[in-house]
Write a protein that binds this ligand. Structure first.
Ligand SMILES: [Zn+2]
Length: 381
C-alpha cells in the first residue's frame, strides 16, 4: 500500500455500483385513483427498469474493456516474479495523537450499520495480525464504497494471560471516510503484540462484552461480527487449555451473539495443512452455518499471499453481507485490481481467477448462478 490519504485507498470498487445489477421492481401499489394514474405509474416503472438495464450493460461493457486492456498489458509486459517479501512500502505512516480513540464508546447517531472486526492478536497469528495492523487504512478506505454509512470497530484480542491492558485492545467506531482512516491509522499504532499463552484464546469474553454494548439506533439486522483467527476458543478439547477466567461457555456466548447480531463470521487462517485445527475452528460457528460463514484462507500455502488475502477476505464478507449485486461488483473490481497490480507474478490472470472462484464458492447461490457471475467477471474471450 502506498500513500496515506483516504483518496489513495478509495476507488478500487468505485464505478461498480451498476455491475451485475439485478433489479427487482417493487410490488405494485393498489390504491390508484384512476386508470390514467395506473398507466402513468406503469410507464414510470418501465422507464426505471430500462434505465437500470442501460446502466448494467454499460457497466459490464466498461468492465470488459478494462479487463481486456489489462490482459494486453500483461501479455506485452509480463510482470516479474513476486519478490520473496512484499512488505508494505516504507512510507511514514500518518499519525496524530489527538485522533487516537481506544476503547469502545457508542455509535454515531447517523450510523446505519455496525461491524466489529475481531483480530486474533496472539503470537501464533503474528503474520496475520501484523499485516492487518499495517493495512487497516486500506480495509477502511475500501469499505467506504461498500458501506459508506456504517461504522467499524477493530478489536485486537488474545487471552486473559496477557492481562487486561493487552487482552482486548479496542479501537472505537470509525466511519469509512477520511477522518476515520486517520483516526484508525493513528489509533492502531497504540496496539501492542500480545502473547496468548496456551493455544486456545478467549474469544468468549470480548464477544460477551460487545454483545452488551449500546448500539444506538442500529437494528440487529445491520450489526455484524467478523473474527480473524488461526486458533480456537477455550473449551474445545485442546490439550493444555487453561480456560476462560470468567468461566464462560462457548455455547451460551454463541447464543447471545446470535440474539444480538445479524451475522457472526470467522476467517480461519491456521497454518496450511493443519486439518485438526481447521476442523475444530469450524465448530465455532452455530450448527449448519460453517459452510458459508467460515472462510478458510489456509488453502493458500504461500505465506505472503495468504497474509495479503486476509484484508480482502474481510472486505469480501462485508460485500457479501450487503447483497448479491454488491459482492459481484466487488469481485469484478478485485479481478481488475489484481490484473493491474500483478501480485501473482507470471500467472497473474490464472491465479487471480482461481482465487476469485474460491471466494465465489462462499456466495449462497446455485452453481448456475455462480458460473454466470464468474463469466461476467472474467469476460470470457
Ligand atoms: Zn474469558
Amino acid at each position: 500500500m502506498s500513500g496515506n490519504s483516504h483518496d489513495s485507498y478509495r476507488g478500487h470498487y468505485d464505478g461498480y455500483s451498476s455491475f451485475g445489477i439485478s433489479y427487482d421492481p417493487p410490488a405494485p401499489s393498489r390504491s390508484y385513483h384512476d386508470e390514467a394514474e395506473r398507466k402513468e405509474e406503469e410507464r414510470k416503472e418501465r422507464e426505471r427498469l430500462a434505465e437500470a438495464e442501460r446502466k448494467r450493460v454499460a457497466a459490464e461493457a466498461e468492465h470488459a474493456r478494462k479487463v481486456e486492456e489489462a490482459r494486453e498489458r500483461i501479455k506485452s509486459n509480463p510482470p516479474p516474479p513476486p519478490a520473496a517479501s512484499r512488505s508494505a512500502a516504507k512510507t511514514a505512516r500518518f499519525y496524530d495523537r489527538s485522533l487516537v480513540r481506544l476503547g469502545i464508546t457508542t455509535p454515531a447517531s447517523d450510523a446505519e450499520g455496525l461491524y466489529y472486526v475481531l483480530v486474533d492478536n496472539s503470537a501464533s497469528n503474528d503474520l496475520i495480525r501484523s499485516h492487518i495492523r499495517a493495512t487497516v487504512e486500506y480495509v477502511l478506505g475500501t469499505a467506504c464504497a461498500l458501506l459508506p454509512k456504517h461504522q467499524i470497530v477493530f478489536d485486537f484480542v488474545s487471552d486473559h494471560e496477557d492481562g487486561d491492558s493487552l487482552f482486548m485492545q479496542e479501537i472505537d467506531y470509525v466511519f469509512p471516510d477520511e477522518q476515520g482512516v486517520k483516526t484508525l491509522g493513528s489509533s492502531v499504532q497504540h496496539v501492542y503484540n500480545a502473547d496468548g499463552g496456551d493455544i486456545p484464546e478467549c474469544f468468549a469474553c470480548p464477544l460477551e462484552r460487545i454483545s452488551k454494548l449500546n448500539f444506538g439506533k442500529v437494528p440487529k439486522e445491520r450489526r455484524h461480527i467478523i473474527l480473524v483467527t488461526d486458533s480456537i476458543p477455550h473449551g474445545f478439547g485442546w490439550e493444555g487449555d487453561n480456560g476462560c477466567d470468567a468461566r464462560l461457555e462457548w455455547g451460551s456466548t454463541l447464543r447471545k451473539v446470535q440474539e444480538t447480531f445479524a451475522t457472526f463470521q470467522v476467517i480461519g487462517c491456521p497454518m496450511p495443512g493443519d486439518r485438526i485445527m481447521l476442523k475444530l475452528q469450524k465448530k465455532m460457528l452455530p450448527e449448519g452455518k460453517a459452510r458459508y460463514d467460515f472462510l478458510d484462507i489456509s488453502t493458500v500455502r504461500d505465506h505472503e499471499r495468504r497474509k495479503a488475502l486476509v484484508s480482502t477476505a474481510i472486505l469480501f464478507l462485508m460485500a457479501r453481507n450487503k447483497g448479491r449485486q454488491t459482492v459481484e461488483g466487488f469481485l469484478a473490481a478485485l479481478y481488475l485490481k489484481w490484473l493491474k497490480e500483478p501480485i501473482f507474478g507470471g500467472q497473474t490472470d490464472s491465479n487471480a481467477r482461481e482465487q476469485i472462484t474460491t471466494f465465489a464458492t462462499y456466495i449462497e447461490a446455485s452453481q448456475e448462478e455462480i458460473d454466470a457471475l464468474l463469466e461476467r467477471i472474467f469476460v470470457k474471450a
